[in-house]
Design a protein around this ligand. Structure first.
Ligand code: SDX
Length: 422
């Protein structure tokens, strides 16, 4: 049987055979046969917006690979910075490359004092940290006008290093501002996750980051680094396709991630578990979800119709963190919710499983992060994924994103003067 489809326009009898290549068919063949007839796919459920070699998902089998490497192996053996290198360069670094990459990132962690003192401290005292984070990414574009030279690979590389390096600094700054605490400067003697936790929690001179918590943070950063064409990354690619600078594009991506259906879900999971309140209230909550009255936040996924492989690793990491911090009391409610849902046909029939957000919030809360910081914690590593896709888009020299529409509005009609309107 040929690996192809045949499209026939029954109005004319004309047909075209289109090969199926890498699991897709070229829409141009459709457009030639059927000019002006558009595919209607409003949330891109069946549309590939691009080709990419960065991350592979297999939703039916719960598979996630960065440049071919299984997330389970990376989470066990790698670091976030090494994964960020892998996402960008396509290969794991050798020693010299890893050292140079880490040196570059480490020496770009500072943010301009003008940005911190005049811009970030200009927010309202109770500004949501993710709102600050989104805005500050955009503000970075005003500090680095050369970033507009997106055709130059060296300029792109410099902005990529800057954004990966500054994301944790900006995040810590958002937190310290929201708590009325003085800012802690980056410490170049510390590794990436340790430096972040130091900027978050240091008070005085005797603070030491627990290495178990630093490793847990690094594993969570790896798990969140990329996830192919999710909402935020699609925003990065769409805005980047206009040849906007990477800071403005990343601000758009972060804004997409902020939504409760996307990266905002980890914050909503903890609010949900707190609302459920106790182990014996879980069944009532599930009953409400089955009636469509609410959703189980942290459950379900557009691609994964099996257990999100990241959720398994987050769950394992949670137990390691709780040995240090003490168990999060919401864990028992979460475990009961998961067990009940996984054995209920409503969720089984819809192939709804825990996703990466279901357990991550429990870890963040146990580590002392306020829930308003959870999506910021998601965004810090996702910067690496957004930028890998942005860079790939520009290397592919893709045209500007400009989808068509199915028009359902009024036909042509003449203007009615105000005096003649009903
Ligand atoms: C992330 O895309 C990515 O890769 C994202 C991400 C990444 O790394 O970038 O993986 C990160 O965003 C994870 C998802 C986090 N969001 C949540 O946990 C919010 C809760 N989940 C959903 O709202 C929902 O599952 C989505 C948004 C994640 C996916 O939505 P879809 O694919 O559009 O599915 P749908 O809304 O069409 O739902 C299909 C059915 C519906 O029931 P019916 O209409 O068929 O009767 O499943 C039901 C939904 O009501 N359903 C749920 C549910 N999610 C879907 N019912 C209860 N609880 C849920 N969580």
């Amino acid at each position: 049987m040929p690996e192809s489809i045949t499209i026939t326009d029954n109005r004319t009898g004309n047909s075209v055979e289109v090969p199926i290549v890498d699991g897709g068919v070229d829409a141009n063949a459709w457009s030639k046969l059927l000019p002006g007839v558009w595919f209607f796919d409003p949330s891109f459920g069946a549309t590939a917006s691009t080709s990419s070699a960065i991350t592979e998902l297999d939703g039916d089998n719960g598979i996630l690979r960065y440049r071919g490497y299984p997330i389970e192996q990376l989470a066990e053996h790698s670091t976030y910075l090494e994964c960020a290198y892998l996402l960008h360069h396509g290969e794991l670094p050798n020693k010299a490359q890893a050292d140079a990459w880490e040196y570059d990132i480490t020496h770009h962690t500072f943010i301009h004092e003008q940005l911190r003192k005049r811009f970030m401290e200009g927010f309202h005292y109770d500004a949501h940290p993710m709102g600050m984070f989104v805005s500050t990414l955009g503000a970075l574009s005003t500090l680095y006008p050369e970033a507009k030279e997106i055709e130059d690979p060296a300029v792109r590389k410099q902005q990529i290093v800057r954004l990966i390096a500054k994301a944790p600094t900006i995040a810590a700054c958002c937190y310290r501002f929201s708590q009325g605490l003085p800012f802690v400067y980056p410490d170049n003697a510390l590794d990436f996750p340790t430096n972040f936790l130091n900027m978050m929690w240091r008070i005085g001179s005797d603070y030491e980051v627990d290495p178990v918590l630093a490793r847990a943070m690094d594993v969570l950063f790896m798990l969140h680094a990329d996830h192919e064409q999710n909402c935020g990354t699609t925003a990065m690619r769409v805005v980047g396709s206009s040849h906007a600078d990477p800071y403005s594009s990343a601000a758009a991506a972060a804004a997409g991630l902020y939504g409760p259906r996307h990266g905002g879900a980890n914050e909503q999971v903890v609010r949900m578990l707190t609302e459920i309140g106790s182990y014996d209230q879980v069944d009532d909550f599930i009953a409400g979800a089955k009636k469509g009255e609410r959703r189980i936040m942290g459950f379900g996924h557009r691609v994964y119709k099996n257990y999100d492989p990241r959720a398994k690793i987050v769950k394992e990491t949670a137990y390691k963190v709780f040995e240090i911090t003490g168990k999060n009391p919401l864990l028992d409610i979460a475990l009961k919710l998961e067990e009940t849902a996984l054995n209920d046909e409503y969720f089984v029939n819809r192939r709804l499983y825990p996703n990466v957000d279901f357990y991550s919030g429990l870890i963040y809360q146990a580590m002392g992060f306020p829930i308003e910081m959870f999506t910021v914690l998601f965004a810090i590593p996702r910067v690496a994924g957004w930028l890998a896709h942005w860079n790939e888009l520009l290397e592919q020299d893709q045209r500007i994103s400009r989808p068509r529409q199915i028009y359902t509005g009024e036909a042509r009609r003449d203007y009615v003067p105000l005096t003649q309107r009903g």
